[in-house]
Structure formats: C-alpha cells, structure tokens
Ligand binder design. Sequence first.
Ligand code: ATP
Length: 477
Amino acid sequence: MRSPLDTIVSLCKRRGFIFPSSEIYGGLGATYDYGPLGVELKRNVSEAWWRAMVYEHENIAGIDAAILMHPKVWKASGHVDAFHDPLIDDKASGRRYKADQLIENHIEKLRKRGRQERADHVHAQLIAALHADDMPQALHAIILDEQIRAPDSGACDWTEVRQFNMMFETHAGAVSSSDTRIYLRPETAQGIFVNAFNVRDTARLKMPFGIAQIGKAFRNEIVARQFIFRMREFEQMEMQFFVEPGTQMTWFETWKQKRWQWHRALGVPPSKLRWHVHEKPAHYADAAVDIQYHFPIGWQEIEGIHSRTDYDLSRHQQLAGKKMQVFDSKSRQRYVPYVVETSAGLDRTILMLLCEAYREEKASGSPRTVMGFAPAIAPWKAAVFPLIRRGDMPQVARAVAQSMRRAHHVFYDERGSIGRRYRRMDEAGTPLCFTVDRQTLEDDTITVRDRDTSTQKRIHKDQAARYVHDLIAAAPE
Ligand code: ATP
C-alpha cells in the first residue's frame, strides 16, 4: 500500500507542483525542482511571509544577501568547527541515520506503549549524552543499551557514531587550493548579521529592529529521503531581531506567539501544530523552540525560534575586527545587541500545506481529489472554460479570463469534458471555475463553481474578477 506521503509525491509530479531534479538522468538525491504550480504556491507563501514580517512591522526591513560569503564568516559563526551531524550506519542495509533522532523516535515509541518511566530514563540519558564531551560515543552507548533497531531493516547491527560536517565547499576563481575554498551558505542568517549596521543606518532603524531575508541555503544532508522535507538545496525565511541584552526572553515569547499565529493563518489547525523545546540548544543559543507539524512521517520541525544571544555579532566583531555595537543614549554605554531569530523552511512550509490541503472525497457519487488551499496561496485563483469548443463560447471565455489576468493568475482550458476539467482544477487547488455556456451568449451570465462545495451559481461575466477578489479577501491567508 502507498504511504500518504507517496500519494502526495505522485500528485505533485502529475500536476506539476514538484519534480525530482535532473529526472532524465535518474534524479539527484534530495534535490527537487518546482513546476508551474509549485512555483506559484511557493511565491504566494513567501509573499505572505514577507508581508507578515516586513510590511506589517515598521521596525523590520528586508535584504537579499549573496549565497557566497567570505570564508571567515563560517569560522566566526562556528559552522566550520561545529556544524556536524552525529551519524550512524545500519550495517545490514548500509543506510545512514542521525543518532539523536533514532533515540528520540525510540523515546516516542516507549511513550506510545505507555512505558513512561522507561521513556523518562532514556530521555535523561539523551540529554546527558548531548552535553557529553564525547557525544558520539555517548549516543552510541544508548543505541546499543536500548537495542534500538534500524527503521528500514529492523536490524540492530550498528557502526560507531561519527560527526559529519554538512557544509558544501567550492572554490572561488580558477585555482582550486585550500586558499580559495569557500562555502555555499548553510543558513541565510549570517548574511543578515554581517549587514546588520548597513541596514540599520540606511533604513533608519532604531533598537529594537529586525532584518528579514528569504533565500537559498545548502546542507549536505546525509539522511535525506523525505521528499522536500529534507533537501540539500532549500529555501529559508529568516528574520533576526536585534534587542537590548536582558530583554531577549520577552522578545522570544513575542516572536513565538507571532510565528505560531502565522502558521494558523495559513489554515493549519492547532491540533496539527505543537511546540518542541530543544534538549540542547545550539552552541550560540540561550533558548530554542521549534514549531512542529504533524506530517505523515510524524511530528517534525517546520520553524525554529532561537534566542541567539550576542554570539554571532560578537564573533564577527572579533574575527573581522569591526565594532558591532550600538550606543545607548540613556546609559551612555555601548553594547553588542542580542538577537532573537525566527527561522522557517519555505519548502517544509510548502510540504505542510500540501499535506494539509490534500483530501479525497466523493462528490455527486464519484471520487475526487481536492487540494483545499486557502485562496490567497492557491497557484491558480480561477479557471475559465467554454462549455464547448465550438461557436462563440471560446472567444467569450477567453475575454472573461483576460478581464482577470492583471489582478489574478487564471487558467484557461477548452479541452476535454467539463467534468474532467473541474476535477483537474480540484487537484490543482483552484478555488473557482467560471464556465461560459449557451445562456452566456443570451444574457452575459456565467456559472461559477466553488471548489470546496462543488456548488454552482450564475453571476454576470463582468463580475468575475471582483468575485475572485472578494473570495481571497474573505478567507484566511
Ligand atoms: P533539522 O533538525 O530538521 O535538520 P534544523 O534544526 O537543522 O532542522 P535550522 O537550522 O533551525 O534547522 O533551520 C531552520 C529551518 O530551515 C528548519 O526549521 C527547516 O524548516 C528548514 N530546514 C533546515 N534544514 C532543511 C533541509 N535540509 N531541507 C529543507 N528545509 C530545511
């Protein structure tokens, strides 16, 4: 039987949301291309994020920094020395897993079986292991003690746990030597840190203020088998909020709430979202939580909210030898700002919305698949059809489609039975379909069919654009 995720993967390919990268060569692991519908969905979601973060806050400005940065940036940020994943191989299948995640899944299983005490004990061991000097060895010991089996093969035949740096390296210029080595950025945040004062001064921002950015990040993920959930090239939507030291926990709470609300506004119900507190925040953070979504593959992170202290700015100050400080006119002191970060994966948000939108149901007795996207993020807002391809109907239908094009992304289709055309639009998640029929030629009315209810009514053809506009305005994001 196909898993729910497989069903979504196949719909994505069939309808042009997402294709495997370089598919004609057999694909490239953990990289994907967005097709005509996927790119629209992605643009709409990133626009919703940008609006919520930049336009709706007078103290947040946006940037678009380069992917390639000075190699010292990654020394300063800690990525050269500490951007590692503890990995373990199943000798039976040759598959590789994140050691800490195997243990977390094991704890969750124990809890589901009602073995709370045991789960608490392993949980405590995991926390100790994550803080141990020899973390790989400590994780390895738990896996052996608990006889954790490999999810795929069921075997308990493990290698040692090894640390693996996840940054992609390349070389600048013509020569490839260690002097020319640079990295593809593993997070967008550092482009914000190094520009913090450029942005503050040019955008005339005062403390506290934020900088937002959407862009590609690259990680050489080893465990990468979950469609666009874990990719080697992906997009992040990050905002760094610069605050006075001592106020970071208040801002941390504020941003937690705002980010939770944003996901809710996309139509995700609270029952499918939860908080996950980090057992061991990253080396730069004094508090960290994730927002998790209940994917078909289980509860997984979609966004992290981190209180990053003054770690990054202080490190850049140290390595670049440039002051990264602000002047407080009240205390007449200089200080390095603290940072609260919100870091969401655009692709993971897309996967969440695809999973959330997908439904199979019966409409007038026949089965249909519907992608119930909120109208504001739907790839096509409306489709326009002539009932039949002959006579004046196509010309009138094209004119109706054209009347909407400046405001909305609209699809025109005249081929195949009208029922099939509706079904295709249901799978694309198009909220409205307008049809020109015989009556249109007599009284200028067209039918409008609602994706979710399949009900139809007649409106004047000049009202089509307004109708779409009102639907988008009335619905949540
Ligand atoms: P994970 O634990 O799942 O690897 P992370 O904690 O390393 O994620 P962060 O460094 O906090 O992730 O990155 C912020 C966001 O970027 C994540 O919440 C996620 O949505 C997204 N992200 C991180 N790695 C990937 C990836 N390989 N593919 C797609 N999105 C990713």
